[in-house]
Design a protein around this ligand. Structure first.
Ligand code: LLP
Length: 443
């Protein structure tokens, strides 16, 4: 579900022409649809209504303050993994009692900050970390709640290797067979260990992967409660899929995913447990696109190559994970005008399309968005839309090759508003100290 539509041969975002956004705010530019964020949050609320979880949006997927504020205004909580993300969450107005703090390597300073802010729950990843949380809480004279992130040794074969986190070979969590001891009564003076957290990877395209892990968690709850411990919270993590429309196999819809997970959790619900989920991409991926402009077309050995003004510094996913995004011109009247929407798979063989590489300007071979992609014949100056970039797009952007990060624009109710300005040359050197002054030191 989204609000990115072609009207008279031109891509519009909630009624605003993509071309106008690029003309006004430059290219490349990330463009988000506010209503898509709201709708996806509502879809998740409905899909998981059977366990009525606290939904904590995974800030790392799309961290702009305006995005966080929009979701907080819908009643959404936030999942943070660093002091920086916690700073963003609080600045966006998230109530501390709706913030969960995850992450494998929380520093002492981050713990001081989080305990001072009064976050709702820590997802602890090791015994050493629990000891540190306990020490910081004791020094602050506060009691805090923690869930243990367990590693259930469950992995989905279709999750990319680099983002699969539930298997025994990964660094994440405490092996589930070794975690019971961390729940022993009186072990920590200022931490109540009252929850179990899993996060299996990102994305997890099939419900069966969650169900296998939930079964192990339920057995763990049985063991702990038989031993007199009380578990209050089960955190199922994130990783619910977005529809990128480039997947080799169909992915589970959010409604089916929610149904299956809620059904499997009914036993724990009947025992009074409360639930948390940490969705990122299922809310943000399809709420954002990247607009990028063709700088040059050249003929390579095998194929034509379109060099665009965005590179791996702007959108890293294709380079890092081999991720595939739909790419299509934002305007295509001059190609014959017979496309009224994104092309269907079976239409790709139509005359008028040619295979072309879409590459960035960065000095690396891996700096491409697609190789041999079927597109209408392109020319310099054409504006392309790279779809489903709302998650892990801007949040993973860098200044590599000393290129500033692009602007971000939010469209809401027919109005486009800049929510992050484009970085300029002065931004590139803003933190560098070399004793230079004057004209050569931009600033
Ligand atoms: N909870 C935890 C503990 C996580 O580590 C993550 C993501 C999430 C929730 C949210 O996962 P989501 O619902 O967004 O799939 N950069 C990669 C994805 C890395 C995900 C890291 N952790 C990508 O571009 O696909």
């Amino acid at each position: 579900m989204d609000y990115f539509n072609y009207v008279d041969g031109e891509l519009h975002i909630e009624g605003v022409a993509a071309r106008h956004i690029a003309e006004e705010h430059g290219s490349p530019v990330y463009v988000y649809s506010a209503q898509t964020f709201r709708d996806h949050f509502a879809v998740l609320e409905n899909a998981f209504a059977g366990i009525a979880p606290l939904i904590c949006f995974s800030v790392k997927s799309c961290s702009n303050l305006s995005v966080l504020k929009l979701l907080v205004d819908q009643g959404c909580g936030l999942d943070v993994v660093s002091g920086g993300e916690l700073f963003r969450a609080l600045k966006a107005g998230a109530p501390a009692d709706k913030i969960v703090f995850a992450g494998v390597g929380k520093s002492r300073d981050e713990l001081v900050q989080a305990i001072d802010a009064g976050v709702f729950l820590f997802n602890a990843e090791s015994e050493a970390e629990l000891l540190r949380i306990d020490a910081v809480a004791s020094a602050a004279g506060k009691r805090v709640k923690a869930a243990i992130r367990v590693n259930p040794d469950v992995a989905d074969a279709d999750t990319p290797e680099k983002t699969s986190t539930g298997g025994r070979q990964t660094k994440f969590g405490v092996p589930i067979e070794r975690a019971d001891v961390l729940f022993e009564a009186g072990r920590y003076s200022n931490v109540d260990v009252v929850g179990i957290h899993i996060h299996l990877g990102s994305p997890i395209p099939a419900a069966k992967t969650y169900l296998a892990a939930i079964d192990k968690v339920e057995q763990m709850v049985d063991r702990l409660e038989a031993g007199g411990r009380q578990i209050e919270f089960i955190n199922v993590g994130g990783g619910f899929p977005a529809q990128y429309r480039t997947e080799a196999k169909p992915v589970c819809s959010l409604t089916d995913m929610g149904d299956a997970i809620c059904t499997r959790l009914q036993g724990l619900k009947a025992r009074g447990k409360h639930f948390i989920i940490e969705p990122g991409r299922s809310i943000s991926a399809n709420a954002g696109i990247l607009l990028t402009t063709v700088e040059y077309i050249k003929q390579g050995w095998e194929r034509k190559i379109a060099i665009v003004d965005a590179g791996m510094n702007v959108l890293l996913r294709p380079t890092l994970y081999g991720a595939s995004h739909v790419i299509w011109p934002a305007r295509f009247n001059r190609f014959g005008g017979h496309w009224t929407a994104l092309p269907r798979e079976d239409a790709l063989a139509d005359a008028g399309l040619e295979a072309i590489d879409i590459v960035g300007p960065i000095c690396e071979t891996g700096d491409y968005f697609a190789l041999g992609h079927a597109l209408p014949v392109l020319g310099g100056g054409d504006l392309l839309a790279i779809y489903s970039c709302g998650a892990y797009g801007m949040s993973m952007a860098s200044q590599y090759n000393s290129r500033g990060r692009p602007a971000e624009v939010m469209v809401d109710g027919g109005k486009a508003r800049v929510i992050r300005t484009r970085e300029n040359h002065a931004d590139l050197v803003a933190h560098e100290l070399c004793g230079l002054t004057g004209a050569h030191h931009a600033g």
